[in-house]
Design a protein. Structure first.
Length: 137
C-alpha cells in the first residue's frame, strides 16, 4: 500500500478550478489533459478526502500564521477548491472515503505533529477500509 499526500486527482482539481476561474486558458486545459491522459500512471485503489469546511480551514490558516498563506487564500478560494475536488473525485471509479476533518486537531508543539491518538485512530480506520476493499481478513 502506498499513501501519498497529493494525487493526480488533486492536481486535476486545482487545474479544473483555475480553468473555471479563467486563470488557465482552454488551450492550456487541452494540453494538460492530453499530458495526463498520455502518461502511464497507476490508478489508485482508494482516495481519502479529508473534508474540512472552508471557514474552519480559513481559521486554521489564520491561526498557523504562515508567511504568505493568510494573504494568499480567501474563503471563496477555499470554497471553490473544495467544490472542484468534489467534482473531480466524483468522476473517479475507485473507492473514496471522506473523513470529517473539522474536528479539533491539536498539534504536539514539541514534535510538530498531530496528537498520536488521532493519527493512530485514523490509521486504524484506513487499515479496516483497505482490508475490506480488498477482501483481506
Amino acid at each position: 500500500m502506498f499513501i501519498i499526500t497529493r494525487s493526480l486527482e488533486g492536481d486535476g482539481a486545482f487545474e479544473n478550478m483555475h480553468v473555471i476561474s479563467d486563470n488557465i486558458s482552454k488551450e492550456e486545459d487541452v494540453i494538460y489533459k492530453h499530458m495526463v491522459a498520455s502518461a502511464e500512471l497507476l490508478e489508485p485503489d482508494m482516495t481519502i478526502l479529508l473534508q474540512c469546511n472552508p471557514k474552519v480551514a480559513m481559521q486554521r490558516i489564520k491561526k498557523r500564521n504562515r508567511k504568505g498563506e493568510a494573504k494568499s487564500y480567501t474563503l471563496d478560494y477555499l470554497t471553490n477548491l473544495g467544490n472542484s475536488y468534489n467534482e473531480c473525485l466524483g468522476k473517479s471509479n475507485h473507492l473514496r472515503m471522506n473523513v470529517d476533518w473539522n474536528v479539533n486537531l491539536e498539534v504536539d508543539k514539541e514534535k510538530g505533529t498531530l496528537d498520536d491518538k488521532i493519527c493512530f485512530d485514523f490509521m486504524c480506520v484506513l487499515e479496516k477500509v483497505f482490508k475490506s476493499s480488498h477482501n483481506i481478513i
